[in-house]
Design a protein around this ligand. Structure first.
Ligand code: SF4
Ligand code: SF4
Length: 389
């Protein structure tokens, strides 16, 4: 059986020449970028531009990595290269997010054009298992080939946001919130994300894990060095390597489980080969050499067992978003981001965030969008005890 290859290039700096060299090395180890794009094609680079945020906050793909990828694609002779992402934050436009994170300036150096991520239309996907259509940005629909330049981060709903999850930015702004209401738990949301990946079919996935985000991600967490770039044409295998590096079982990550079930890729260690500049290794060897056991990610296993079955009867045990009144500035963003029509959180106009947990679907859009890191995931001490965390 041919193993699915994930290339791992160690890198502990965003110094541009060294990033350029690391990206060149990574692509060469994967067989060359020519395997993935042809010069006459319209190529779209899709970084993570979740919010308007400085690169050092580790919320967005670092511009040095984006630049190195743009340079490599340009060097293949491609002339039609565009870029873009649709941020989830209702107060940020695609342009502002790209400018604030340094991506616009990086794109300008290589003459990349700005793709339309502000408007779109419905694209049918009859083969979807959970989602049969998507409201995709025009920029995505106009491209022949998408290169996913994602960021290594934690996520409140899916535990991690890596290659599979990053494609959600191809859905236009307000429709992302609607998706959370339509697919209201981590499993069904992950299944939809896998459908989205199958619908768009990116050619290549490159993950910026030089400085990752741990803790209260994907926006309010803490930057932390992981010192790697990852490359693969299999987003599930790439995310499984990310999991291995942070000592998290991919069986606990819904996007990995659904991705393997749907045939998007593989997450099982025996099906993955990690290729590095020093040679090939197993997932366990990569974990031993490059992993970090102390990486702060939710490791509880509440999705199984008696406690999970009893959870609906014991609502006080359920995980939930919680705002710190000392940090909340009553900006109203969380209320605006909440996809529940009758709003499970109220805020703004001088009112600090106030939750109605009976309405809350635990999508964590509010936590993701809070601009001042006031919202965290509350886990009852009993559930922490029973889940081993
Ligand atoms: S919790 Fe955050 S997003 Fe909500 S009102 Fe307060 S500061 Fe704004
Ligand atoms: S309150 Fe927050 S977690 Fe609950 S439904 Fe609204 S956005 Fe989602």
């Amino acid at each position: 059986m041919d193993k699915h290859v994930v290339v791992l290039v160690p890198l502990d700096t965003y110094d541009q020449p060294q990033v350029d060299e690391a990206v060149r090395t990574g692509l060469a180890l994967l067989g060359g970028v020519e395997r993935f794009v042809r010069p006459e094609e319209k190529v779209l680079l899709k970084p993570n531009l979740l919010a308007r945020a400085l690169p050092q906050k580790a919320i967005t793909t670092h511009p040095a990595v984006f630049s190195a990828v743009a340079r490599a694609i340009r060097e293949t002779g491609c002339t039609h290269i565009s870029y873009g992402d649709s941020p989830g934050n209702p107060t940020t436009t695609p342009d502002k997010a790209a400018e604030g994170s340094g991506i616009t300036e990086a794109a300008g150096q290589f003459g990349l054009t700005k793709a339309d991520f502000s408007s779109g239309s419905i694209v049918p996907f009859p083969d979807g298992r959970t989602a049969r259509s998507f409201y995709l940005c025009n920029g995505v629909q106009q491209a022949d080939a998408l290169i996913n330049v994602c960021k290594m981060k934690t996520h409140a709903l899916e535990r991690i946001t890596g290659a599979v999850k990053n494609l959600y930015g191809c859905v236009t702004g307000v429709n992302k919130a609607t998706g959370h209401a339509l697919y209201p738990n981590s499993e069904v949301f992950a299944d939809m994300l896998v459908d989205l990946n199958r619908c768009i079919a990116p050619r290549l996935h490159i993950m910026d894990g030089v400085v990752a985000m741990e803790g209260n991600g994907p926006t309010s967490g803490t930057p932390t060095p992981m010192n790697v770039l990852l490359f693969s044409d299999d987003p599930v295998a790439l995310d499984a390597v990310f999991c291995a590096l942070i000592h998290l079982a991919p069986t606990e990550v819904p996007t990995c489980v659904c991705g393997q079930q749907q045939g998007l890729g593989v997450m099982d260690a025996e099906k993955i080969c990690v290729r590095t500049p020093a040679g090939e290794m197993t997932l366990a060897q990569a974990q031993a050499q490059f992993g970090r056991k102390d990486f702060d990610v939710y490791r509880g296993t509440l999705q199984k067992g008696l406690l999970f079955k009893l959870m609906p009867l014991l609502p006080f045990l359920q995980h939930r978003p919680k705002a710190d009144p000392k940090k909340c500035v009553a900006c109203g963003v969380c209320e605006e981001a909440c996809p529940v029509p009758e709003k499970a959180v109220r805020s703004g106009n001088g009112q600090k965030a106030k939750y109605d947990y009976k309405k809350c679907i635990r999508c964590y859009c509010c936590q993701e969008m809070c601009p001042v890191k006031a919202i965290d995931v509350y886990r009852h001490p009993l559930t922490k005890l029973l889940s081993g965390r």
